[in-house]
Write a protein that binds this ligand. Structure first.
Ligand code: GDP
Ligand code: IMO
Ligand code: MG
Length: 429
């Protein structure tokens, strides 16, 4: 099996985009299988920085890039992103980009509802990206979604629009908002339809044909396992399953297609939005991590919360996603720290525990138990082989492997594509 599945093993922003772009040169197809334009993936190639939200990160290398049915697609955001990327010289045509025809759409009414709910939630605010992701997934499961394939049947959508608007009009009335303007919605869909439909296709079929032809498929996850709607820090999560198992349902291939599961892991921890974060540092050290790591969101420009590496969480997410090996990123951000802390267990009401419990109350109450290791002198920035890493940095990496019970397959030492140490080639299985 020559396929690779890339997933985030923390709360997102681990550096998935950089690693997917780096691996894409060796893949035949790159596929997104969940999430939407809540994702923000930054790729740095030479002097150019690319910011992708919806487009698979293989698009920059020109690798065939597909959006699977598990994604929620905002057609207007897609058009803006394609225009922006084309402006940077990236070629995007139906020859190298496709969208699943059974992909549900994010509509303006979903964005409205995301904002209205967050504004009304008080202390229960999730801190969403405001992109309408949650409401769009709700409509998919509620069997009210308008999907890509519906764009070629806009004159026959009466029953679907009735279901959709009956639901949203009731909700909107509760928020004091006017009902959905159906005529305006259909007109907007009619205007964007040709743009989306040029890329629409049965992605499940294309992928299964590629598989038969022996293609190497790279599945690109968005967000991270701790934002998974089942396994994450619920309710402070996103509305999709972010674990590797979603590859199958979100693309239309069988579960055995996932191949090598590469968990992307930041050498420390960050999180955007609300919710528990056991190793969070609300002090000068946290500020320093954020400054050195440029920890500002790609999508919303929000400051990311920062803290020490939490081995309990990553051991759990590697297990939840059957991670074969990890890509450890941003080790260079820890250069110059005299002491580095690693969380190895939690204390909950006086008891030692080795996992993150399910309840939000317990998650908020756990206290990290740390071990301390010496930092290193010298720089890891731009290292492309083990020989270029200080011995103490290697010791830190080895300790992480031991604690998370998962081997390191690569180490990333700067935002630049090629500043990466390859330990084990995921495409070699
Ligand atoms: P993603 O959402 O997982 O794709 O990650 P983001 O792109 O949102 O955030 C990761 C940030 O770290 C981006 O700005 C990357 O350019 C940058 N980055 C990735 N790998 C490294 C690394 O090894 N070192 C440093 N210093 N920055 C990195
Ligand atoms: P990438 O792919 C980090 C977070 C939001 C919020 C929660 C729910 O770049 O790693 P949503 O808009 O999805 O309903 O928001 O999830 N979130 C992310 N955090 N990286 C992401 O994506 C995220 N996508 C969503 O901040 O806390
Ligand atoms: Mg990101």
């Amino acid at each position: 099996m020559a396929n690779v599945t890339v997933i985030g093993a923390q709360w997102g922003d681990e550096g998935k985009g950089k690693i997917v772009d780096w691996l894409a040169a060796r893949a035949d197809v790159v596929v997104r299988f969940q999430g939407g334009h809540n994702a923000g993936h930054t790729l740095v190639v030479g002097n150019t920085t690319y910011k992708l939200s919806l487009l698979p990160s293989g698009i920059v290398t020109g690798t065939l890039s597909l959006i699977g049915n598990g994604v929620v697609l905002d057609p207007w955001a897609l058009r803006d992103e394609i225009t922006r990327l084309e402006g940077q010289g990236v070629t995007i045509t139906p020859a190298n980009f496709g969208i699943a025809d059974n992909c549900p759409l994010i509509l303006p009414l979903h964005r409205d509802l995301d904002g209205l709910r967050e504004a009304a939630a008080g202390s229960g605010k999730i801190g969403t990206t405001g992109r309408g992701i949650g409401p769009a997934y709700e409509d998919k499961v509620g069997r009210r979604a308008i999907r890509v394939c519906d764009l070629s049947h806009l004159d026959e959508l009466e029953p679907q629009l009735d279901r959709l608007c009956a639901h949203h009009d009731a909700l909107r009335a509760g928020f004091g908002e006017p009902p959905v303007d159906r005529a305006a919605l259909v007109a907007e869909l009619r205007a964007i339809a040709p743009f989306v439909l040029q890329y629409a296709q049965p992605v499940w079929k294309r992928l299964n044909e590629a598989k038969k032809a022996g293609a190497k498929i790279l599945f690109e996850g968005a967000q991270g396992v701790l934002l998974d709607v089942d396994h994450g820090t619920y309710p402070f999560v996103t509305s999709s399953n972010t674990v590797s198992g979603t590859v199958a349902s979100g693309s239309g291939m069988g579960p055995s297609s996932a191949g090598f599961v590469l968990g992307i892991v930041k050498a420390y921890t960050t999180r955007v939005g609300s919710g528990p974060f056991p190793t969070e540092l609300e002090d000068e050290t946290g500020e320093l991590l954020g400054r050195k790591g440029h920890e500002f969101g790609t999508v919303t420009a929000r400051k990311r919360r920062c803290g020490w590496f939490d081995a309990v969480l990553v051991r759990q997410t590697c297990a939840l996603s059957g991670v074969t090996g990890i890509a450890l990123t941003k080790i260079d951000v820890l250069d110059g720290f005299e002491k580095i802390l690693i969380c190895t267990a939690y204390r909950l009401h006086g008891e030692l525990i080795d996992y993150l419990p399910a309840s939000a109350q317990d998650q908020a109450a756990v206290e990290p138990v740390y071990e301390e290791i010496d930092g290193w002198e010298g720089s890891t920035v731009g290292a492309r082989s083990w020989a270029n890493l200080p011995a103490q940095a290697i010791k830190y990496i080895r300790r992480i492997e031991e604690l998370i019970e998962c081997p390191v397959a690569s180490v990333s030492t700067s935002p630049e594509r090629d500043d990466t140490i390859l330990v084990r080639d995921p495409f070699a299985g």
